[in-house]
Design a protein around this ligand. Structure first.
Ligand code: E4P
Length: 212
């Protein structure tokens, strides 16, 4: 399973860049950083070899395609994030024909994911955390999308997004989701366990005692 970092923060990306498979940003994350979007995107793309998602803000097809073409010029590893919906699906179809990779975002139903794949999306991002926040079952949606893509042999890859905690990552891995994108706090936790720290402490204490 590939692990993407869901952030636009350069310090967070720098700390984990050598291990990351990619980065996803969104307008809210970019707005937190005080840098012009294109400049920030270019720096992120230099730090990370894998795909870096950058989202359009236009809501009409022409505007989305225009912004996507501009963002795609920033670096070879830019992936254009397009919000789900009728204009979004049309824009994805146009961009796919031009060879521009896309990530269809804000996906909350299996049929939205079906349309995204039919249009030729490279990636689709179901937002599991936002579904769980409303007492739904985000992982059930991921399972449904994976099943549908398997049934029809779609190449579109599922990015499990809006991850809130480590359990989301575990559940995504158990379902065989190809990619998860998680915030820095969660990705950092994936390396640690209190029993690992305790174990290291005890091993070293025993070692020192024997040496003494
Ligand atoms: C995905 O690509 C989005 O940037 C992100 O996962 C949204 O997560 P949130 O629900 O925590 O804002």
């Amino acid at each position: 399973m590939k692990i993407f970092l869901d952030t636009a923060n350069l310090d967070e990306i720098k700390e984990l860049a050598d291990l990351l498979d990619g980065v996803t940003t969104n307008p809210s994350l970019v707005a937190r950083e005080e840098k012009p979007f294109r400049e920030l995107l270019s720096e992120i793309c230099r730090l990370v070899l894998g795909p870096v998602s950058a989202e359009v803000t236009a809501l009409d097809v022409e505007g989305m395609v225009r912004q996507a073409r501009e963002l795609a010029k920033v670096a070879d590893n830019v992936v254009i994030k397009i919000p789900m919906g009728l204009p979004g699906v049309r824009a994805v179809k146009r961009l796919a024909a031009e060879g521009i990779p896309t990530n269809v975002t804000l996906v909350f139903s299996p049929v939205q994911a079906l349309w995204a794949a039919k249009a030729g999306a490279t990636y689709v991002s179901p937002f599991v955390g936002r579904i769980d926040d409303r007492a739904g079952d985000g992982m059930e949606l991921v399972a449904q999308i994976l099943g549908i893509y398997e049934n029809y042999g779609f190449d579109t890859q599922v990015i499990v997004a809006s991850v809130r905690h480590v359990r989301h990552v575990v559940e995504a891995a158990l379902l065989g989701a190809p990619i998860v994108t998680a915030p820095y706090r969660v990705v950092r936790q994936l390396f640690d366990h209190p029993l690992t720290d305790l174990g290291i402490e005890r091993f070293l204490a025993d070692w020192e005692r024997a040496a003494g």
